[in-house]
Write a new protein. Structure first.
Ligand code: SAM
Length: 243
């Protein structure tokens, strides 16, 4: 089973499992991406692309931000895109109930590869990736593609896990125990997907974090603006800019 098949199998329970495994913190990690937009110099983010959008959680949050005009989410898993489109339909139905005041900007979703990005050069002001890039088969090729589709002055914001970059050995061993022992156990019981959670642990352990990852991105022509590590968890938020 390849990783896209794995995510497809998880798709219907993906949001629920995320909430459980992150103790509800995944919402705030994504929210932090949207909060960063407030600091952007541009009045408006006209075109935004969420790569490896999954069930579209970040794409919906971005579209809800008044600064953002259009959001497109792409993912290689057809099933994930179906979950995202289902959510979109539910929000669209709410929009037609006049008593409910729902922000009318909704993202659109399509199947697409973040390693061979199917959009023209210089077409986006913002590209986001939440917990997706460590799964890409060719990270460097994806980054080169992102640099191509970003407009001059456009931003790339990445949220990603990594155990590398955590120097505190005590915290590192807690993370390790949680990733390799607790998550596969619970994933096996609740979702019957023990192997999927072993894969997750493996990618989080191997993926470069902090300075190492930032250097990799900068090598693809994007200038680092900011790295933020969230308190007590192995989650990083990176911001880069195309000059
Ligand atoms: C851990 S999920 C993250 C989903 C979502 N961004 C979130 O914040 O929950 C990783 C996603 O990456 C997708 N993915 C993996 N490789 C991809 C690629 N080359 N192009 C597009 N999506 C990809 C998977 O299908 C999966 O939906």
């Amino acid at each position: 089973m390849n990783i896209i098949q794995m995510f497809s199998r998880l798709s219907s329970r993906y949001d629920f499992l995320n909430r459980i495994f992150s103790f509800g913190m995944d919402y705030f990690w994504r929210k932090a991406v949207v909060q960063e937009l407030v600091l952007f110099p541009q009045d408006k983010v006209h075109m935004s692309l969420d790569l490896a959008t999954g069930s579209g959680e970040l794409a919906f949050m971005l579209a809800d931000c008044s600064k953002v005009e259009k959001v497109i989410g792409i993912d290689l898993s057809q099933q994930m895109i179906e979950v995202a489109n289902h959510k979109r339909l539910r929000k669209l139905m709410k929009l037609h109930l006049p008593q409910l005041q729902v922000h009318s900007n909704l993202p659109t979703f399509e199947v697409g590869d973040a390693v061979n990005i199917p959009f023209a050069g210089s077409s986006f002001d913002l590209v986001t990736i939440a917990f997706g890039i460590r799964n890409f088969c060719d990270v460097k090729r994806s980054l080169i593609g992102i640099e191509r589709i970003l407009k001059k002055g456009g931003y790339l914001i990445i949220l990603e896990f990594s155990l590398q970059g955590t120097d505190n050995q005590f915290l590192k061993s807690i993370y390790w125990f949680y990733l390799w022992k607790i998550m596969p156990l619970i994933g096996g019981i609740i979702a019957r997907e023990k192997d999927a959670y072993k894969y997750l642990a493996q990618t989080i352990e191997r993926f470069p974090g902090g300075e190492n990852f930032s250097t990799l991105v900068s090598g693809c022509g994007l200038q680092r603006v900011k790295i933020r590590k969230f308190f007590a968890v192995p989650v990083y938020l990176y911001i880069f800019r195309k000059h």
